[in-house]
Design a protein. Sequence first.
Length: 150
Amino acid sequence: MKIFMGADHQGVEIRNVLEEYLKEKGLEVEISNIPNHPLDDYPDFAFDVCKKVLDNANALGILICGNGIGISIAANKVKGIRCARVLNSDDAFKARNHNGANVIALGGLSDETAKEIVDMFVTTKNPSEERHLKRINKISFYESNEDSEY
């Protein structure tokens, strides 16, 4: 499994911690090549990581900004991305197993909490229950047919 990661200037420190942590677990990690600086913009990292997730089968994305909200909003503008801002491992489980999230957004968390979240996200399987799949399919249908009646 390949993990793509991106962070604005407010998330660089935790991104570096998570990158090292995931590599120690034997996962392939690629960091966005967009340079960080004090005036960088979180949408740039969201769009870069999300495009790479979509271009690589079974890849996941992790995005980090000050509180995870802005970067998750930007990520969800990318067709085919289901990004959830998560605050704990239960959120990460439900994002992946119930909602088929392929990207998570983090912000304002301790290193340990972020590691717990990432562990849960990368080890949780995609949805398999019919009720979850039905909901995901509704979202995908709407996303692909925005101009038609739902």
